[in-house]
Design a binder for this molecule. Sequence first.
Ligand SMILES: Cc1cc2nc3c(=O)[nH]c(=O)nc-3n(C[C@H](O)[C@H](O)[C@H](O)COP(=O)(O)OP(=O)(O)OC[C@H]3O[C@@H](n4cnc5c(N)ncnc54)[C@H](O)[C@@H]3O)c2cc1C
Length: 395
Amino acid sequence: MSRQTTPPIRSPHTYDAIIAGMGCAGLSLAVHLVRSAWAKDKRILLVDRERKDRNDRTWCFWEAGAGPFEDIVHRRWEKAWFHAPGYSGLKELRPYAYKMIRGIDYYRACMDVLEGHSSVEMRYGQIEQVSSTADAASVRIDGTDHHAVFAFNSILFEPPVIGRHELQLLQHFKGWVIETAADAFDTSEATLMDFRPAQQHGTTFVYVMPLTPRRALVEYTLFTPSLLAPGDYDKGLTEYIHSQLGITAYTVAEEEFGVIPMTNHRFPSRKGRVLYIGTAGGQTKPSSGYTFRFIQKHSAHIVDSLLRKGHPFERGGWKSRYDWYDSVLLHILQHRKLEGGFVFRELFRNNPPRRILKFLDDETTLPEEIRLLNSLPQWPFMKAGMWEMIQRLRR
Ligand SMILES: Cc1cc2nc3c(=O)[nH]c(=O)nc-3n(C[C@H](O)[C@H](O)[C@H](O)COP(=O)(O)OP(=O)(O)OC[C@H]3O[C@@H](n4cnc5c(N)ncnc54)[C@H](O)[C@@H]3O)c2cc1C
């Protein structure tokens, strides 16, 4: 008599949710999910190709009051300098504080919440595909498909193809954490933007985040269409440290290099049962490159949608006028209609920082936006505004 084995009956959904990528967006969403009532009796799979055990980046952002990651804020500043040729000002950032979180502290804090949580399973492997049918989302990990009711994808499998009517600049930066033998920094004052370095490559500025009286992060940053030769970043940093900070003797304790695409390309927000998150889901602010706070807001919005609608796809009340403002500023910078240093100088000279920061968070009211726009040269912005309006219709 042959023994027949009956395959176990499997639900088409092994998981309630699979999160592809355990970077900033994937971990943020997972933490928001497990802290919500939605996660009760749910199975969530998190996948990445590598363990997040390196300090691979530092996030800076501004926030009013205490945020969800307040415990791991590494440094915060309530005052910051803005410099450009012909103008320097020390700015009170209230009600905001400019905050810095080290990548490794963020990864550890998220892991502390997620590891051992009854709803969460973690797996390390190469994700080859994230797809959807009408009934299930599928994530292929090392050749095997895993199914879920929903998948959240933070992986950009291919760089986005920028269309003819779209814009893209690269925000590229090299940072050194420098150390001096004697006190050289005032830890209560950061430098948010310093446009005094040469602008021959395009929009170029430096920011300085003092960590202790003898230690600071100095970051040489550009918004240009292409990268520089490696030596040019070192030259920019060395010159700045000598000529603007007046420091000749120092050691470089840490180095960071990064590229953040600044684009008005329309990233997919959803395909079937897959929701795109993080940079892959268009959460990088096109005109500034800031992403961290947008990821936090998006995570909260997804959980809210799951709780109220039973699915994560409810569209936010995102105001499309901010997309248009981003396109106008990108247009001005990419086509060099005005120098970036000049635009930011006019903004900071004529507006309190809280209005500018609120605007960059997409949270201003129309009257506040009109005041900001009035502080800039009208004609180039009007022309760019009309042009970008037409491009939006063509896309
Ligand atoms: C150096 C640097 C500094 C930055 N600083 C700031 C800042 O100060 N403020 C700010 O607001 N924004 C900043 N950003 C922008 C943005 O906040 C970060 O890029 C952020 O990490 C984006 O989160 P994410 O989850 O979309 O992508 P990531 O954090 O990059 O996460 C993607 C994850 O997917 C994994 N992965 C990729 N492909 C696969 C695959 N095929 N299989 C399995 N796993 C895969 C990766 O290992 C990674 O863990 C910075 C970016 C960089 C690069």
